[in-house]
Design a protein around this ligand. Structure first.
Ligand SMILES: NC(=O)c1ccc[n+]([C@@H]2O[C@H](COP(=O)([O-])OP(=O)(O)OC[C@H]3O[C@@H](n4cnc5c(N)ncnc54)[C@H](O)[C@@H]3O)[C@@H](O)[C@H]2O)c1
Length: 339
């Protein structure tokens, strides 16, 4: 992993003849110009609705048209959707072309571009088709965040809070205070700290069979809320990944309170912070019956039982708890009571 736009520009200068950039409308208009180079590019639509095999097929056709081969580098310049999908498309193209990620959203910098998971949604289920494979280069350039809309910054903030909640109380407190006080000069260090927490778990368990699953805190319920919202909303009107995960973290904190002894004080603390972020979407919280089809098909389940990561206290998580439907329903009721 390299930090800073300077390194990205140097990499491009050294490989200029063999780079194709993958962009969406926003990153083409706002991030691509910062590279100051005229590189061939593939433009895909933005948004989770387009994170699918149809978009991959489009990318593969364009790669063929541009005469890409295994030595060509696909440089994914975008948020988590574009990095997940571009890395998957590049991994499959000719059984694997060279890949570089330049995440441009906060969420993609601290989470989606780290750890080698890539993929697309399928039949309404999140990230159902994909692979584990590491890019050859990842460039973290906080300068791209200057144009990121505030609501998108919040999505990254949620994942950074998650890193603190599962592994590091101090990081949780620092991220929380940073966003309350908006001290922008502190952001790069907090980004690297968040990446450090994720990287450590990934290095211990690349294939996601053990401790890496702690990163799923909030995601069992969050992914179900996100998938349900994608299925019922107009294009690009669905709840964002970060907001859905924030809602999921409140529900899973409630479940943690009941199952692993998370204290009432810490449950209140987490609920207050997260509900401050997502208060505008309380009317969109689904019923348990709407979530069950997604929860039953979650990739993390064993023996068809719903599997969650839970926290014992802020900064300490454990993976692989089997959670009953009734308790999830109680957690959703608790979430609605915060309105
Ligand atoms: N692979 C993983 O380990 C992992 C981890 C977490 C999340 N994810 C995935 O990440 C996705 C969410 O990522 P996201 O929140 O970045 O969403 P996103 O990729 O949809 O980006 C959000 C929006 O911001 C725009 N944008 C991106 N960078 C910009 C910039 N610098 N300036 C202006 N606009 C910009 C995008 O065009 C898009 O409209 C989900 O699909 C989720 O499943 C993957």
């Amino acid at each position: 992993m390299k930090n800073g736009l300077k390194h990205l520009k140097k990499f491009i200068a050294e490989h200029e003849e063999s780079i194709i950039v993958l962009v969406d409308k926003h990153t083409y208009a706002l991030c691509y110009p910062l590279l100051h180079l005229n590189l061939p590019y593939i433009l895909v639509p933005y948004g989770e609705n387009y994170k699918n095999l149809n978009s991959c097929e489009y990318i593969w056709k364009k790669l063929v048209e541009l005469n890409a081969n295994r030595e060509t580098t696909l440089l994914c310049l975008g948020g988590g959707v574009l990095c997940d999908m571009g890395a998957f498309a590049g991994t499959c193209y000719q059984r694997g072309m060279s890949l570089a990620l330049a995440p441009t959203s906060l969420l993609a910098m601290v989470d989606a571009s780290i750890g080698g998971k890539n993929g697309v949604d399928f039949l309404g289920f999140k990230n159902y088709i994909g692979t584990f494979s590491k890019p050859s280069q990842t460039f973290i350039c906080p300068k791209f965040l200057n144009t990121l809309p505030y609501l998108e910054l919040v999505n990254g903030y949620v994942e950074m809070l998650k890193h603190g909640l599962i592994a590091d109380r101090l990081h949780y407190d620092q991220v929380k205070l940073f966003f309350l006080k908006e001290r922008h000069e502190l952001l790069p260090q907090l980004i690297y700290d968040s990446i450090g927490i994720k990287t450590q778990l990934v290095e211990e368990d690349f294939r996601d069979l053990g401790v890496r699953r702690r990163l799923n805190f909030g995601h069992t319920i969050g992914h179900a809320i996100e998938a349900n919202s994608l299925s019922v909303s107009e294009e690009n009107q669905a709840l964002s990944h970060g907001v859905a995960v924030a809602l999921g973290m409140v529900v899973e904190s409630y479940i943690s309170h009941k199952m692993t002894g998370l204290s009432s004080d810490q449950l209140n603390e987490i609920s207050t912070v997260l509900s401050g972020i997502v208060k505008s979407v309380y009317n969109e919280i689904p019923e348990i019956d709407e979530l069950m089809p997604y929860l039953k098909r979650d990739k993390k389940n064993h023996n068809h039982l719903i599997n969650c990561t839970l926290i014992k206290q802020i900064g300490e998580a454990n993976q692989d708890y089997e959670v009953e439907e009734d308790l999830i329903k109680a957690g959703l009721d608790y979430l609605k009571s915060l309105k």
